[in-house]
Design a binder for this molecule. Structure first.
Ligand SMILES: Nc1ncnc2c1ncn2[C@@H]1O[C@H](COP(=O)(O)OP(=O)(O)OP(=O)(O)O)[C@@H](O)[C@H]1O
Ligand SMILES: [Mg+2]
Length: 447
């Protein structure tokens, strides 16, 4: 089965990822704009610095006794800004330069205005009718560093934003989906047999049509099950009455008939009708077991139901029935009372019918809702045992039957989610037959 994805998780991760991507794009765009602005500001600063240095440099050169000797001067506060400068005459002789510079930065011939080399940004200006040239150089790495610092300062907030956004979106989505969550809990909390409409407030507009459709489906299912249940009950009743009437007529005929072949034939018809009546009863039970109404909406006390069944059978049984009920007195489960009675009746009848003559039948119901029927008798081989729950399959028993009892029990158990175990020999015995049905317990409160 395909693993389902949490909508909440998808929204949380999706929105946070979207926010991070948008932030990164915004940072990249801002970085580019910032770089451009920084370049402009740095260029302005270079130009201003050059304009301040140039008159001072000219004065210095003019006041000099030996005009053409190159002279290194201490910084004019330009080192702080990362600038270096060089003053040259028309022939390219260096007249003045700042300390610690390499001549290669400035090229062979001074160029006026801004130029960029692979490592530096240069600015050239001239004075004294283009006889003195000043060049200012600034390392490009200086500008790159400044731009990088600015970009990093823009990225820092992400470190706080990601966890806050994860938490914030998670809380917000959870708050927004509270209607859907309460709808889910409402469905989960109800018992399997509860087919009443699901009502939850505050469902989002997108989910309301789904909830309405589910309610309509439940309603249709409920009607279908109800119809089926009614049909099964009515059919059983309708068939039972004419069969009973015919049987009564045949019995009367037999009594009234003179001794001889007619009475014998009437007796045969009576036996056949009785068998037909039993078969119709079993088929009705099977129809009920296969129908949908096996679960009850209200928890049923199995101890009470079992008490009634055992009491009924005790009157017609040849063997004694020992009933052990739970110590707590009541065990609740969500099973239709009729379905439970059919199941219990079939199992106890089997034990009475197929068990060893005169031996007691042990019927028990544990606190954990485990219903068991144990009887003495021959061991049923394991290979045979597994087939017995199939329809019209009978074991080695000589007692009458159609092979439907255990099939009915198995179908009911499956329908109510109970676990059926058939064992021979019975647990703790050397022989005998044991059937256990483990029901799911339910709380005694009505749902
Ligand atoms: N308590 C039991 N002890 C011994 N054998 C059993 C017991 N219950 C069932 N069996 C064996 O399993 C077979 C199938 O049982 P099942 O109840 O399905 O049919 P049946 O009792 O023969 O007929 P039906 O229940 O339809 O009247 C029986 O024929 C019998 O051989
Ligand atoms: Mg049977």
């Amino acid at each position: 089965m395909k693993a389902t994805k949490s909508l909440q998780r998808q929204l949380v991760y999706g929105l946070t990822l979207g926010m991070v991507v948008l932030w990164l794009v915004a940072t990249a765009v801002s970085g580019l704009v910032l770089r451009h602005e920084l370049d402009e500001a740095f260029d302005n600063a270079m130009q201003e610095t050059a304009q301040r240095i140039l008159p001072l440099a000219v004065m210095e050169i003019l006041n000099r006794e030996e005009g053409t000797t190159a002279q290194q001067v201490a910084s004019l506060n330009t080192q702080q800004d990362g600038f270096t400068y060089q003053v040259r005459d028309k022939q390219g002789n260096v007249l003045l330069q700042s300390q610690g510079i390499s001549a290669t930065e400035f090229g062979n011939q001074p160029i006026l205005g801004f130029t960029t080399t692979t490592t530096h940004r240069l600015y050239g200006a001239s004075a004294l009718s283009d006889t003195v040239f000043l060049q200012l150089a600034e390392p490009l790495s200086h500008r790159r560093e400044a731009a990088l610092d600015a970009a990093i300062s823009l990225l820092w907030p992400l470190a706080f934003l990601i966890p806050f956004s994860l938490l914030g979106i998670w809380l917000f989505v959870r708050f927004s989906l509270r209607g859907v969550l309460s709808y889910r809990h409402a469905i989960e909390a109800r018992g399997a047999g509860n087919l009443s409409p699901i009502h939850t407030e505050e469902l989002p507009t997108e989910i309301t049509p789904i909830a309405d459709a589910v309610n309509r489906l439940i309603e249709r299912l409920r009607n279908a099950l109800e119809t089926e249940r009614r049909f099964t009950a009515n059919s059983a009743h309708e068939l039972r009455t004419p069969l009973a009437a015919t049987l009564a007529q045949v019995q009367r005929l037999r009594r009234e008939a003179p001794e001889g072949p007619l009475q014998l034939r009437a007796a045969q018809i009576e036996a056949s009708l009785k068998e037909l009546s039993r078969l119709s009863e079993k088929l009705m039970q099977l129809a009920k077991a296969e129908g949908g109404g096996l679960l009850s909406e209200v928890p049923q006390d199995l101890a009470v139901l079992l008490g009634h069944v055992v009491h009924d059978l005790q009157r017609i049984a040849n063997n004694p029935i020992h009933l052990t009920l739970p110590s707590t007195g009541a065990v609740f489960s969500l099973i239709d009372p009729d379905a439970f009675a059919i199941l219990a009746r079939n199992l106890i009848e089997n034990a009475l019918k197929h068990g060893a003559d005169g031996s007691a039948v042990e019927v028990g119901l544990s606190d954990g809702a485990c219903f068991s029927v144990v009887n003495a008798g021959h061991i049923v081989p394991a290979s045979e045992l597994t087939q017995l729950t199939q329809r019209f399959v009978r074991g080695g028993s000589r007692a009458e039957g159609f092979g439907l009892g255990l099939a009915i029990v198995s179908t009911i158990a499956q329908g109510v989610g109970a676990e059926l175990t058939v064992a021979s020999p019975a647990t703790g015995r050397a022989e005998g037959f044991e059937v256990c049905v483990q029901f799911a317990r339910a709380s005694s409160e009505a749902i």
